[in-house]
Design a protein. Structure first.
Ligand SMILES: [Zn+2]
Length: 632
């Protein structure tokens, strides 16, 4: 866990390994950040029966790590503190429409303890917390229902991938869709002796208390619920009738977390580019886990280590990269994307001047299904890389990727609508750097529990570690190509086409809402951008064929700056840290495209929407101008 002694030792271990591999400038970078740890978590049913809930995950004989005694108190990071006795209400997934349904049934939620299921439909746990906070709930318990990640899905661990009875999902509830990173330093880095605001003042801090729970414990509560029968869609996988309450189950709940500042440690190393040392290709993965982190994040860390080792070996054969490769092991991702955010803020100037791309791998393998999210400029490139890398099942990753989508004639899908949930956020939304997020996923019901362990990965997730290795190969080939290419393979024609689709969608929404908005100038700007992108790509190919290095270099330099042009320094309304005008996360973590404009439209704020259309057109014009500057 971030802030622990063990985590620091692992940072040192990684640094030592990287030095031994031959990486350069290996450093541990300290960031003092607001990082609360749990002190107390107790839940006792006080009516209609009396029972103290265990709130503990039980040992499994097949997994020696599950019997460890020092795994800490399960908690939700950045929860408020609470000591309350109140009746329980069952709120299904804890989304706004769920509370609306409770209201229609006449269930008063104010001052009650809300029991909410994780997932189905998915929303970030911080959004459930925000919703509960807005509805005046006293505290929120987040439990893993067997219908979502337990026995209703299939075999439970150790026999299968799903969560056993007592597993529970830790995690942050911070409002990092408003502001990620140390809440005390919005937009600048937390460094020893630096400037800090009070954490309580931050737009990212919840005022509600929340904690995780297993279905073993939640069952005791649900068995003692009365009130209206919950709708069919709300019935979970436990053998009982789910009821809305309130009560008669009544809980005494104590949640206490400390309010400490702790040091976190990013490990960053380089292989300095010999031709263009100021142009960076960055590979990152987080190191901190909630407990053992078998998949999340250590599968990714294993792939990162192997990638770094391979590059070290290449340099030993005399090879030097053309551009600089940066390797990063982030800390405290689980808290609020903390380590990557602080480093991005620290290195903002150099990153904005020369970063080509950030390639993120959080979990590398919880299964065998290749899955990629990236900005539209990178989709063609990422598919090309997939064609070059073998898949453990035979053929290339590209082939198995396409097969897994059932498509024959269609390109496999890169998710271009980026939300949030891992370390790429600072690079995309704050710095305007092209990002990609890579994983092999599969059924994985033990996320953030003690059962996400070495043994889970070894027995269930990736026996033989073939997909860990495949990810290392993919990651290395992608980084190598970006480092060595003549001009960066960013496809802005594709990007512009996507933006035109987003504009069409938003225009439709605006029309449905009877807003008087003229999209023609924004559409025109996107069209001009698409044209400029096509022209510069053609020019680059011509220059390459003609061996005109000067033009190639100029065009490459312009491609590098296009994503940056999509930022607006004023940022989004109410969350100025988020500066990208094409992508932002919704509070649910779902992607929000054309965020400033869409939010204005969804709020039926015509006046603001007019301004946002203009701000967007200007950003698209800037992107066009950047490309045209390469065409001179
Ligand atoms: Zn992770």
């Amino acid at each position: 866990m971030a802030g622990s002694r063990r985590n620091y030792e692992l940072a040192q271990y990684i640094a030592e390994q990287w030095r031994a591999y031959g990486l350069e400038d290996v450093s541990l970078i300290e960031h003092p950040v607001y990082l609360p740890w749990p002190v107390r978590y107790e839940a006792t049913i006080v009516a209609p029966v009396r029972a103290r809930l265990s709130l503990k995950e039980e040992p499994i004989p097949q997994d020696k790590d599950s019997s460890a005694t020092d795994v800490g108190i399960p908690y939700c990071a950045y929860s408020a503190n609470v000591d309350v006795t109140a009746p329980v209400i069952y709120v299904n997934s804890g989304n706004p429409e769920d509370y609306d349904l409770l209201a229609r049934h006449g269930v008063d939620v104010k001052g009650k303890i809300a029991l909410a299921r994780y997932s189905v439909p998915y929303s970030y746990r911080g959004f459930k917390a925000l919703t509960a906070q807005r509805r005046g709930v006293a505290a929120l318990l987040l439990y893993s229902d067997p219908a979502d990640d337990g026995y209703k899905k299939g075999e439970v661990y150790p026999w299968g991938p799903w969560g056993p009875e007592s597993h529970l999902q830790r995690g942050g509830i911070v409002y990092d869709f408003n502001l990620p990173g140390d809440p005390r330093t919005p937009g600048w880095a937390s460094v020893p002796g630096g400037r800090f605001l009070p954490a309580e003042a931050a737009v990212s801090m919840p005022t509600i208390a929340a904690a995780p729970m297993s279905y073993k414990d939640a069952r005791r509560i649900l068995e003692n619920m009365g009130g209206p029968t919950a709708p069919q869609a709300w019935q979970g996988g436990l053998p009982l009738t789910y009821r809305l309450g309130p009560g008669p189950a009544k809980l005494h709940l104590v949640i206490e977390n400390d309010r400490k500042v702790r040091s976190i440690w990013n490990v960053v190393a380089r292989l300095r580019g010999v031709e263009s040392p100021d142009e960076w290709v960055i590979l990152g993965n987080h190191r901190d886990a909630w407990v053992f982190g078998g998949v999340d994040p250590s599968s990714g860390t294993a792939s990162l280590m192997e990638t770094a080792r391979a590059f070290g070996e290449l340099t030993r054969s005399g090879w030097k990269p053309r551009r600089t490769l940066v390797f990063a092991s982030w800390d405290a991702e689980e808290f609020t994307l903390t380590g990557s955010t602080e480093w991005g803020e620290l290195e903002a100037d150099r990153l904005k001047a020369g970063a080509l791309a950030y390639l993120n791998v959080d979990s590398s393998a919880s299964g065998n299904r290749f899955s990629v999210s990236a900005v539209p400029a990178l989709t063609t490139f990422l598919r090309d890389v997939a064609r070059a890398v073998p898949d453990p099942s035979g053929g290339s990753i590209y082939e198995s990727w396409r097969r897994s989508e059932g498509g024959r004639d269609q390109e496999p899908e890169v998710t271009t609508r980026l939300g949030s949930g891992s370390d790429y956020t600072v690079f995309l939304n704050f710095l305007g750097i092209p990002v990609a997020d890579l994983t092999f996923d599969g059924p994985y019901g033990v996320y953030h529990s003690i059962y996400d362990s070495f043994t889970w990965v070894d027995r269930v997730g990736d026996p033989g570690y073939y997909y860990h290795a495949a990810m290392a190969r993919y990651w290395a080939v992608a980084a190598l190509r970006l480092s060595e290419c003549n001009f960066v393979p960013l496809d802005y024609e594709n990007y512009a086409r996507e933006v035109r689709v987003y504009l069409d969608e938003t225009e439709r929404t605006a029309r449905e809402r009877k807003l008087q908005l003229d999209f023609s100038s924004a559409q025109g700007a996107a069209k001009r951008w698409e044209q400029a992108a096509r022209q510069s790509l053609e020019a680059a190919n011509r220059a390459l064929t003609a061996g005109d290095e000067k033009s190639v270099e100029r065009l490459h330099g312009s491609f590098l700056k296009v994503e940056r042009a999509l930022l607006d320094q004023a940022g989004l309304a109410g969350r100025p840290w988020f500066k990208h005008l094409i992508y932002a996360p919704r509070p649910t973590y779902k992607p929000l495209v054309l965020p400033a404009l869409t939010e204005a439209v969804e709020a039926n704020n015509e006046k603001l929407a007019v301004l946002e259309l203009d701000r967007l057109s200007q950003a698209l014009d800037r992107a066009t101008a950047v490309l045209e500057s390469g065409l001179e």
